[in-house]
Ligand binder design. Structure first.
Ligand code: TTP
Ligand code: MG
Length: 401
């Protein structure tokens, strides 16, 4: 099977997300990084209109303001960028499970096995661009080539709103006219040395006598640079593994029959599970209650939800039914735990694009999680688990996975 690798990169990502949220910003020089008064800090992204004034990522804001005084400066909304990134990933995973998110706005896909279903490179490229547009409103650039290296360079060449394809055997010819600066990993120092050797393009690097490169870089680096300039790369798309389950459990200081307290502890453990679930960008379809009784007998009670969820209250109601079963045996409880499994990347917001009530909940929880990231988990808790007090100390804090 011929190897075909996609690299996709969102165009002016943060700025484009802001334009979707406020279409009156379209076509304007938009600079994300800090507001007008904010002279410190750097540009995180500039819209293509702002780039015409020479503004680019990592430039000090003060410099950006000098170059583009009429620019619209914004601090930005990271939670919206993260949400958009998740939606992009969800679309990509409908093409193949072999998706590697390389940063918040770029990904590699091994689409070797998806060619037939989607109608070849063109079919895949069109589908990705149109589906991302439909789900997020955002533009992106897609490159499809025989390997990650050439695709990465290809998407940069194809920007913005582009589609670029390099057939097997054409890698070297595609790279030949490009500057050596386009080679990922070739920093300013390397490029300086190359230029001193009279090498400006990847074509020149690809066919330079190896000895001259070895003199400057040593054997290993020389070989690696030249191979890459020829468009040769064997690195694989590395799929992040999704956790199989997330669970939290604890043993009580003394065996207990006090179900109101047991339920408070359970509410706390559930909150911790749900926080981790959302942090990993996952949702769960099955909820399990684990109860170990005084005599060490351990029972699990499971409930499969009609739809996967990342919302505390949905899991909470499922748990209430399970608790009723756990109480059935009138014996003291030694340990209690909650588990989530049948996990997948959160596609909830996509299926809810029509706008069901859950979307609001997801936003509330997302904001709660942002507060927790800043101040610690216990800073924000639900009414129920607060019965345990603000600083929860579990007798056995077995809060591992
Ligand atoms: P990039 O993909 O490098 O840039 P971009 O998406 O803004 O523009 P392009 O169309 O050229 O791809 O980075 C993605 C996001 O990462 C970008 O929107 C903001 C953020 N970022 C920073 O915060 N600081 C930086 O120095 C860079 C390069 C990016
Ligand atoms: Mg980008």
């Amino acid at each position: 099977m011929e190897r075909r690798i996609v690299h996709i990169d969102m165009d002016a990502f943060f700025a484009s997300v802001e334009v979707v949220r406020d279409p009156s910003l379209a076509g304007k020089p938009l600079i994300i990084g800090g507001n007008k008064e904010d002279m410190r800090g750097v540009v995180s992204t500039a819209s293509y209109e702002a780039r015409r004034y020479g503004v680019h990522s990592a430039m000090p804001l003060a410099e950006a303001k000098r170059r583009c005084p009429q620019g619209i400066f914004m601090r930005g909304h990271f939670e919206h960028y993260r949400e958009a990134s998740r939606k992009v990933r969800a679309v990509l995973e409908t093409v193949t499970p072999l998706v590697q998110m390389a940063s918040i706005d770029e990904a590699y896909l091994d689409v070797s096995g998806s060619q037939r279903i989607f109608g070849g490179d063109e079919g895949i490229g069109t589908y990705i661009k149109e589906e991302i547009k439909a789900q997020t409103g955002l533009p992106c650039t897609v490159a499809i080539t025989p390997n990650k290296l050439v695709s990465k360079i290809g998407s940069d060449e194809g920007k913005p709103d582009g589609y670029l394809r390099v057939a097997a055997g054409e890698e070297r010819a595609f790279l030949a006219p490009l500057s050596v600066r386009k080679l990922p990993g070739a920093g300013p120092r390397t490029c300086e040395v190359l230029e001193r050797l009279g090498i400006r393009t990847l074509g020149e690097l690809a066919s330079a006598p190896l000895v001259s490169l070895e003199g400057a870089f040593g054997h290993q680096t020389a070989i690696s640079l030249q191979r890459r300039a020829q468009g040769i790369s064997t690195s694989e798309v590395e799929v992040e593994r999704v956790a199989k389950s997330i669970s939290r459990e604890t043993t009580f200081p003394e065996d207990t029959l006090a179900w109101p307290q047991i339920e408070q502890t359970l509410a706390y453990l559930t909150e911790r599970c749900m926080y981790t679930l959302r942090e990993e960008g996952l949702e769960a379809k099955r909820v399990t209650l684990k109860v170990r009784y005084r005599d060490f007998e351990t029972k699990t009670f499971a409930h499969t939800l009609p739809e996967p969820t990342a919302i505390d209250s949905v899991v909470g109601s499922a748990l209430r039914e399970l608790i009723a079963k756990g109480k059935g045996r009138k014996d003291r409880v030694r340990l209690i735990g909650v588990g989530l499994d049948q996990l997948r990347y959160n596609q909830h917001q996509m299926t809810l694009f029509g706008g069901k009530g859950d979307e609001k909940w997801e936003r509330v929880l997302e904001q709660a999680d942002a507060v927790r990231q800043k101040h610690g988990f216990n800073y924000l808790r639900s009414g129920k688990s607060l019965g345990l007090g603000r600083e929860v100390k579990l007798a056995t804090p077995s809060l591992s996975r």
